[in-house]
Write a protein that binds this ligand. Structure first.
Ligand SMILES: [Zn+2]
Length: 347
């Protein structure tokens, strides 16, 4: 039996949400990850250091109770139009600050963003970016223009990011879930301070998978899947070994009945099969040896996380396993449910 050992992954873009679903989502990721960057567009949102502290406490509690004491959640604040630079100073001044990033959502671009940012270059926000640059906090960006055509939205927001990199050259920026060749090339042409997360589904699927042989609601997500040309660019960036491209799953479960309905919720649920799915994509490119860098090393490195000496390993075995169907209409459906994957994690 073929085995692959990698250091435990870091998922640099997860949604744990609030309320009842939080427990299951934390356990799912903490099971195989060393840590994760937790997105702040919850309801209510994570706007201040105090919000982040309380949210982190709850996440750690769940992980600890499940026996995953190794799991390290990193927190992000949600940028609002009226966020002040004091918010940044406050978050950065605490010992061992847990807040590693601030997330910019253009207003109305995705779930829970009606309180997002409509004027990203306004004076008070420029002070916020300057403070972040000074303390080394990362600006994470949902890079889509909410007023654009959905297939062009990512490319059309790139000039805003370009302006930010020009005004704040030492600010570290992450473009989340890049889905186009244009965004990949933007990152490649920027310096080492600009990086991108890549999801397993944008590496693997294009818009024909979503739309061609009938509409596949479980592949509907934001940013929407793009052309095969775009997918190839995203896939090539992930397997390139370039440390400015790393894993952020953006795994987003919705109950089956919220996906298979007249107005389908956006999000692809990959967490339970994330690493086997990635292993296949890397293997298809004959780059399996680069999976560890992408999934486990470059992300925490960009965020300045010092790896633990005794970082635990994850064992993947080359064994066919069927992707299960959900057990109830309340449960979320995995992409490719009923089909099988060539790798599985050995726990
Ligand atoms: Zn997301």
């Amino acid at each position: 039996m073929e085995r692959l050992l990698i250091r435990r992954p870091w998922d640099m873009h997860v949604h744990f949400r609030q309320g009842e679903v939080l427990d299951g989502l934390v356990r799912e990721t903490a099971r195989y990850c060393a840590g994760a960057l937790v997105m702040p567009n919850t309801s209510p949102p994570i706007l201040t250091y105090e919000d982040a502290l309380e949210y982190e406490f709850r996440i750690k509690n769940v992980a600890n109770r499940a026996g995953y004491q190794h799991f390290k959640p990193l927190m992000a604040l949600k940028l609002a139009q009226n966020t002040s630079e004091q918010t940044i100073w406050r978050a950065a001044s605490s010992i061992n600050s847990i807040v590693k990033a601030v997330k910019l959502y253009p207003r109305g671009v995705t779930t829970n963003t009606s309180d997002g940012v409509s004027a990203p270059l306004e004076k008070n926000l420029q002070k916020v970016y300057a403070a972040m640059q000074e303390v080394g906090m990362v600006l994470s960006i949902h890079c889509e223009d909410p007023n654009a055509d959905v297939f062009a939205a990512e490319e059309q927001y790139l000039p805003v990011v370009g302006l930010l990199t020009h005004l704040f050259p030492d600010l570290r920026i992450v473009l989340e879930h890049v889905s186009t060749r244009a965004a990949v090339e933007f990152v490649q042409q920027s310096g080492p301070n600009v990086a991108a997360t890549i999801t397993a589904h944008h590496m693997r699927f294009n818009r024909n998978h979503l739309l061609k042989d009938g509409l596949r609601p479980h592949l509907y997500c934001k940013p929407i899947l793009k052309t095969e040309n775009d997918r190839q660019a995203v896939h090539a960036a992930a397997v390139s070994g370039n440390p400015t491209f790393f894993l952020g799953s953006d795994s987003a479960p919705h109950p089956k009945n919220a996906k298979e309905t007249s107005c389908c919720a956006a999000g692809v649920f990959t967490a339970p099969i994330l690493i086997p799915l990635l292993a296949e994509s890397f293997e298809d490119a004959r780059m399996l040896d680069r999976l560890e860098g992408f999934a486990s090393i470059y992300g925490p490195q960009f965020y300045g996380i010092v790896p633990r000496q005794s970082a635990a390993l994850l064992t993947l075995v080359r064994e066919t396993e069927q992707i299960p169907h959900p057990r109830s209409s309340e449960a979320a459906v995995l992409p490719l449910a009923g089909e099988s994957l060539r790798w599985r994690i050995q726990y």
